[in-house]
Write a protein that binds this ligand. Structure first.
Ligand SMILES: CC(C)(COP(=O)(O)OP(=O)(O)OC[C@H]1O[C@@H](n2cnc3c(N)ncnc32)[C@H](O)[C@@H]1OP(=O)(O)O)[C@@H](O)C(=O)NCCC(=O)NCCS
Length: 329
């Protein structure tokens, strides 16, 4: 078991393959990060995260791969731990040993809370959950993982647009690709900071994030250099303030699929169909720039009634459950 150098390409490639093969064995859809992006992230890291990589070796061959990602700009008590063991080497205690080494590293860096996630079929405990619970992690949040087929559902968008237009009158929808327009950076930061307080996070010990223009621009540059793009739509009130935002992440190395990430409408502006209006507009925007994208995946808490209702209208269907697990060290 040792720390590995993500800048050593053959080592990084094996690290990535272990994750890919372990996930292929049990995930409902292939949403694993493409190698072209992983190569960049593993070698260069990210300025907003301290990333530690650990490999478990049998002689010269790596058979287990773990990462510890520690946010640097906020949530300094947290460490996101991910453990993968190659399918041919599971149930021999390698995962447990890797997770133990991760915990040592997390403690050494003064972080108090380790967080991991596990995927499984809806209604059943996934292998990762069995594993994490055996190590003393406790379930903190359960998300439904859903997908929508864009080819099949696009014909339904026009009717939804007509339906939401009168309810969301008084707001303007603004869309962009990648770079947040300068006039919207302040609003974008305000919404991003509100996100962790507003979206259900169960027992996860999440603090609000801290955003400023520097963070926005650095993230945009790092995303682009790794082949990642953002498709975004915001709702702007009459006085010019941003009151809602939705974002889709799409990777140019796997652009047949996208990930619908955060959607938020600020509390005073809810009940006017802005969530649905923004998401439909953003899906149209996605198809304009990336017509080859035919499937979107998203995850949201089972208790999030409003977001679940919007996703149901859009045709999302449940394919997996993601359990976020937490351990106080
Ligand atoms: C989860 C994973 C890392 C476990 O790796 P592993 O080397 O097989 O795990 P270990 O042999 O160290 O198992 C440790 C304990 O976890 C539990 N466990 C592991 N696999 C299990 C399974 N298939 N079913 C039930 N419990 C399991 C058991 O309690 C086990 O102890 P035991 O063997 O004494 O009963 C591996 O299955 C994997 O890569 N899965 C995909 C990625 C993932 O879900 N990672 C976890 C979240 S970060």
């Amino acid at each position: 078991m040792r720390e590995i150098d993500g800048g050593d390409t053959p080592v990084a490639r094996r690290f990535w393959e272990i994750g890919r093969d372990a996930e292929a064995a049990y995930r409902a859809y292939d949403f694993f990060v493409p190698w072209a992006t992983a190569k960049i992230v593993l070698s260069k890291g990210r300025t907003d995260t301290d990333l530690l990589l650990l490999g478990a070796f049998d002689g010269q061959q790596m058979i287990g791969a773990a990462s510890v990602a520690m946010p640097l700009l906020d949530n300094l008590h947290l460490a996101y731990v991910s453990v993968h063991v190659h399918p041919e080497h599971q149930r021999h205690g390698i995962g447990r040993a890797l997770a133990g080494a991760c915990e040592v590293a997390v403690r050494q860096r003064g972080r108090r809370v380790a967080v991991g996630e596990s995927y499984g079929r809806p209604g059943s405990r996934g292998v990762g959950q069995h594993f994490a619970e055996s190590l003393g992690y406790a379930v903190a949040l359960e998300d439904g993982i859903k997908v929508v087929d864009l080819d099949a559902t696009e014909p339904t968008w026009a009717a939804m647009e007509q339906e939401v237009a009168p309810r969301s009158a008084g707001y303007t929808l603004v869309g962009w690709y990648d770079a947040v327009p300068p006039e919207h950076v302040a609003g974008y930061c305000r919404i991003s900071e509100a996100f962790n307080d507003e979206a259900p996070s169960g027992d996860l010990e999440l603090e609000a994030e801290a955003w400023d223009e520097d963070r926005v621009r650095t993230r945009e540059a790092e995303n682009l250099s790794a082949g990642r793009h953002d498709v975004s739509t915001a709702a702007i009130a009459r006085d010019g303030t941003m009151v809602g935002l939705t974002e889709i992440g799409i990777n140019e190395n796997a652009s047949h699929r996208g990930f619908q990430s955060g959607t938020l409408v600020l509390p005073d502006h809810r009940g006017r169909a802005l969530g649905l209006a923004m998401k439909v507009a953003n899906q149209r925007s996605l198809r304009t720039r990336f017509p080859e994208c035919t499937v979107l995946m998203t995850g949201n808490a089972g208790v999030n009634v409003a977001m679940n209702a919007v996703n149901e209208r859009l045709g999302y269907r449940l394919v997996e459950t993601c359990v976020e697990l937490q351990k106080e060290l």
